[in-house]
Write a protein that binds this ligand. Structure first.
Ligand code: CA
Length: 395
């Protein structure tokens, strides 16, 4: 055999073995599932023609080389469009939201803010089949015990009939529905809030809103308390900061930290508080309380929790942060991101779909444009790039 033939034969053997291993893995998962009471009929439907999904493994291994600055992250999640959409949803679902407030003690603005950030009010729930993604991860030995638990929880949802199999699609890691719950979270937290006997966070808005409220309640939400507020630091502040550096509010008050807006509801000085400096001492500063931690538990990132908290404030009629982010090139909204993409297309760049999401293709095109325009080529979509794209084309 020449080299090419050997290589081909080896790759065929490898492929064949991988396929066999995957099938054997699925067979073993079926045995686990049957032991947990899942019926063969459910398993036949769930595993029908299943194949490994290599794109899921790529996402698992992907280490984003592009770290989003917090001002870009917030500019995309809390923009005028999302505030307007959220206000429309508050009206449309006011009866359901009043019931959720009554039952779980979580205010409607926070519930709607989570809904808006998690799935853009149900519009973006993910497109990957949960059973396929989770089986792929388990069989490729990625955090096997964790994803196996999520897969078995998914199979139990299929068996329950609460959500049709074709509705069980979501992120590559298995978060699904309007609340983007993981399957085990669904099992623990999801509620039937429209009373049809099914817990359907994919197709039922009331079930999604009730389940979100229940999640926050289970995470220690204190009814009637606020998450926190923006504060002014005294010059040269060198005291404690960070979400887990908790002290009574009086500790910070004594150091000269005070709310920026007068009339802000300030809790008792004995209340446990923390000082958040998401962009260091020269950016916006926030005092946060227990309810901020409840939001944080939904998705463990401070920038995430701040976006929910801020969107909830905006939905209540509050304004933008008083202190600007420490940058001379601020972030842009989703409408402006779509404009950036449209203007790049008009200039002949390929950015994929104009969707307001700056992915790898958009960043590559931005890089090219920035290089051609003599700008710093960092692939970032900010105000400076937008202004450069709006300038007339050089002839
Ligand atoms: Ca229901």
């Amino acid at each position: 055999m020449n080299k090419f033939v050997i290589a081909f034969a080896l790759s065929f053997v490898t492929f064949h073995t991988q396929a066999q291993t995957f099938d054997a893995c699925v067979a073993s998962l079926r045995q686990n599932a049957i032991a947990q009471g899942i019926s063969p009929g459910t398993l036949d439907a769930a595993f029908k023609d299943i194949e490994s999904d290599e794109t899921v493994l790529k996402s698992y291994d992907y280490q984003p080389e592009f770290r989003t600055p917090i001002w870009d992250y917030l500019a995309g999640l809390v923009d005028d469009e999302r505030v307007a959409d959220g206000q429309a949803k508050l009206k449309e679902w006011s009866k359901t939201l009043a019931e959720a407030e009554q039952k779980y003690g979580v205010d409607r603005h926070t519930i709607v803010a989570v809904w808006g950030v998690e799935s853009n009010f149900g519009r973006i729930q993910g497109t990957r089949e949960l059973v396929r993604s989770l089986t792929t991860l388990v069989c490729a030995n990625k955090r096997q015990a964790f994803f196996k638990g999520e897969l078995l929880a998914t199979l139990k949802i299929v068996q329950s009939g609460d959500i049709p199999l074709q509705g069980l699609v979501g992120s590559w890691a298995g978060a699904f529905g309007q609340t983007q719950f993981m399957p085990t979270t669904y099992q623990r937290i999801a509620v039937d809030f429209d009373g049809d006997g099914k817990r359907d966070i994919v197709n039922s808005v009331p079930d999604a809103l009730g389940s979100t409220a229940n999640y926050l309640k289970q995470s220690g939400w204190i009814s009637g308390a606020n998450w926190g507020y923006e504060v002014q630091l005294p010059a040269g502040y060198a005291g404690a900061s960070g979400r887990t550096a908790r002290h009574p509010l009086s500790h910070f008050t004594k150091l000269g930290v005070k709310p920026i807006k007068s009339g802000q509801a300030v809790p008792a000085e004995t209340t446990q508080a923390a000082l958040l400096l998401p962009a260091g001492a020269n950016g916006p500063a926030f005092i946060v309380f227990r309810n901020f931690d409840a939001i944080y538990s939904y998705n463990a990132a401070e920038s995430y929790a701040l976006s929910i908290a801020h969107l909830a404030d905006r939905l209540r009629g509050g304004g933008r942060f008083a202190t600007p982010w420490p940058t001379d090139d601020a972030g842009i909204s989703r409408a402006e991101r779509r404009e950036v993409q449209q203007r790049l297309v008009d200039r002949g760049y390929d950015i994929g779909e104009i969707d307001g999401m700056i992915g790898a293709k958009s960043r590559a095109a931005i890089n090219e444009f920035q290089t051609a325009a003599g700008m710093k080529a960092d692939g970032r979509a900010g105000q400076r790039l937008l202004q450069a794209l709006r300038a007339p084309k050089a002839k």
